[in-house]
Design a protein around this ligand. Structure first.
Ligand code: AMP
Length: 287
């Protein structure tokens, strides 16, 4: 595996790859890699000749500086995992490399209501930071395909919108959420849970499963979401939202009437043991 820390070196290398007519798949990450990340690498390998993974803990997407400071960094293990997964290239830039202009000046993307609901409501500025870093990374890597996880569904939709805004021809591939055997969605943040909390955290997945089951039976969805919120509270979580939404074009809307043929998703964010966990599930249709 090649390791590049400078974008100019990576660009030069990838120019040669493109000249030899090879396709490039790109998997951006913030490291502390687990099988969820590796499933994206595998998907990218299946569909491309060369796979580039980036590891960069992006400061501009952290609304909470403490969360940024506590973000797990396991670079040695990450390199080993990427090597074992036969990744072709790892891009490991510094903050100065990615933000020579400084952290505060930035573009303002118009992501519409996607930026103000769910994660956007609780993490102000988060998606502008995500848009800013993914835009920069795409300019450097210029991949044919970009691989992201459904685990961060709203992020996928934001990036789908970003690709339109910047007139990009990159194809976004949304990969399914990898889960632990308990059902808990794999996440770098799970490492910060105590063993007891990690067991308890599966309740988020179970709540989504119940919403899906009840939705299938035609039960009233808003009541279900409210009940799930209260149940999580009773179990010691501090939920931020339990929402059921329709996906209309690239926008998410809180469901307020029978959804017809629209894709319907349930999404949860809840704190447990000082760790913020998110998960989602498609209740009807596809992404
Ligand atoms: P992160 O390092 O958390 O920024 O995640 C990097 C990429 O991995 C994003 O596209 C995430 O959606 C994806 N990802 C994170 N967790 C999972 C998971 N459990 N299953 C599939 N993809 C995931």
């Amino acid at each position: 595996m090649y390791l590049f820390k400078r974008s100019s070196d990576l660009k030069k290398h990838l120019d040669l790859v493109r000249k030899s007519n090879k396709s490039i798949g790109f998997v951006p990450t913030m490291g502390a890699l687990h099988n969820g990340h590796l499933s994206l690498i595998q998907a990218a390998k299946k569909e491309n000749d060369v796979v580039v993974c980036s590891i960069f803990v992006n400061p501009t997407q952290f609304n909470d500086p403490k969360d940024f400071e506590k973000y797990p960094i396991t670079i040695e293990e990450d390199i080993k995992k990427l090597n074992d997964a036969s990744t072709d290239i790892l891009f490991l830039p510094s903050v100065e490399e990615m933000y020579p202009e400084g952290l505060t000046i930035g573009k303002n993307y118009d992501f519409g209501n996607l930026e103000t609901i769910l994660e956007g409501k609780f993490r102000q500025g988060h998606f502008q930071g995500v848009g800013r870093i993914v835009h920069k990374l795409l300019d450097i890597v210029q991949p044919h395909k970009l691989f992201m996880g459904q685990k961060d569904l709203q992020q996928c939709l934001i990036i789908r919108k970003l690709l339109i805004i910047i007139n990009s021809t990159v194809k976004l591939v949304i990969c399914p959420t990898e889960r632990e055997s308990s059902g808990l969605a794999m996440s770098s943040r799970n490492e910060r849970l105590s063993p007891i909390a990690r067991k308890k955290a599966v309740a988020i997945y179970q709540a989504l499963e119940k919403l899906k089951h009840d939705f299938g039976k035609g039960l009233y969805f808003l009541e279900g979401a409210h009940e799930a919120f209260e149940n999580l509270k009773k179990q010691g979580f501090e939920p931020e939202y339990v929402d059921i939404l329709t996906l209309e074009g690239d926008n998410l809307h809180h469901i307020d009437q029978p959804p017809g043929n629209h894709t319907v998703v349930a999404a949860i964010a809840a704190w447990l043991d000082g760790v913020r966990l998110i998960d989602n599930m498609v209740l009807q249709g596809s992404l």
